[in-house]
Design a protein around this ligand. Structure first.
Ligand SMILES: [Zn+2]
Length: 170
């Protein structure tokens, strides 16, 4: 699904990055992968994404090395080190959405799991001042969380329980 590139695109890394993760579903799949979703059916349940679209986007993310496809009792999609490096992008966009589109407060709070400190916009813990690695980051329902807006299925329930990033659900 590579878009036709223009002269300007070829000289802009943002344009090239957007060819991989610039589409709405793609970045939501990446977000869910940080939240511990790994299986096709779980992505489909949580995102309510058409299955053909999901299959297409997963294929793109695997081809680009953002996710790896692991064969096992069930096929799993996991963030690669390259994919994990998208965390600051996802976090920054969530923070921006909180600031401008969440009048009731952040639906999700992002904290340092070790001491419960909130992360500042630069990704440092407001309590201990340290930059917080992805695996030590906890996501939990925030002040603007509204259960009525959430799906009520096992995958959504797991995501809405305080949990560390990348810990697999279920
Ligand atoms: Zn801390």
């Amino acid at each position: 699904m590579t878009l036709p590139s223009t002269y300007a695109d070829r000289n802009c890394s943002l344009a090239r990055a957007l060819e991989v993760v610039g589409e709405r579903w793609t970045l939501l799949i990446v977000r869910d992968a940080f939240f511990g979703v790994r299986r096709f059916g779980d992505f489909a349940t949580q995102l309510k994404i058409p299955r053909a679209v999901l299959a297409d986007r997963l294929k793109l993310l695997v081809r680009e090395g953002v996710l790896s496809r692991e064969e096992g009792p069930a096929v799993e999609y996991r963030l690669t080190p390259k994919g994990v490096e998208l965390w600051p992008v996802v976090r920054a966009m969530m923070t921006w959405g909180d600031a401008f589109y969440s009048p009731g407060g952040a639906p999700r709070s992002i904290r340092h799991d070790h001491d419960g400190g909130l992360l500042d916009p630069g990704g440092r813990c407001e309590r201990c001042g340290e930059p917080v690695p992805v695996a030590e980051t906890r996501v939990e329902p925030g002040p603007g969380f509204d259960a009525a807006d959430e799906g009520h299925d096992p995958v959504s329930d797991a995501i809405n329980t305080p949990r560390r990033l990348l810990d697999p659900i279920g």
